[in-house]
Design a protein around this ligand. Sequence first.
Ligand code: PGA
Length: 247
Amino acid sequence: MKYFIGNWKMFGVPKSVSILNKINSYYSKDKNRNKYRVIITPPYTLIESYSKYFKNKKISIGAQNCYQKEQFSSNTAAISPFMLRSVGAKYTLIGHSDNRFEGDTDLMLKDKVKYALNNNLKVVFCIGENKTEKNNKKTLSVLKRQLTKVLEKKFNKNNIIVAYEPIWSIGTGKIPTVNELKKTTIYIKKILKQIYKKNSPGVLYGGSVDGSNVEMFKEIREIDGFLIGGASKTSKKFIDIIRNYYR
Ligand code: PGA
């Protein structure tokens, strides 16, 4: 199963649902529809209405983050996994580099993953190196640390997906080479196998994916799908990614 996940970040109002309607109708009719899933993570403000709207449709709705407490607490503006689940979210991103920049630590991320899984959310756990780490050839050791500090053996691996997003690639138009990305993805899978043995979580790529470069990723069998930011905000760009991937 492949995944096409659209991360809207700080984008969208109620009427932006029309974008998802177009994606949903393409997805419903696509002859390849059984080969992949489409998940959109709108801002918190839209989760309840979009989840209701797409309840019996193909697209699934997720959150972009969650707070590291399970249910209710006195943390102003925080949203827990329990609250997300109660308004219909099925997935949540955790560990996006934007949130790591804002202070999410490995310890906080571990709690987020734990509580999200406890509340039946599927977790898309984001990892990735920055430019300096890449230039200093630290990519693999950074990824290993990010994975092993957070993902525990006892977590339900069937509800975890890993998204590899090199920070230097997010929103920049720069993407890794096929060789680089293949090597990195195989390495991530090797680490996941050490934690989870058989049937370890799938690994997605994210960072400047669009309709014109997605074909390049086809050759990398190990990639289980994509986390898409900028190109998920218009139906045409998002559909082009799916269409060109299966062309
Ligand atoms: P991008 O964002 O596709 O705009 O590079 C990806 C992400 O941050 O998830």
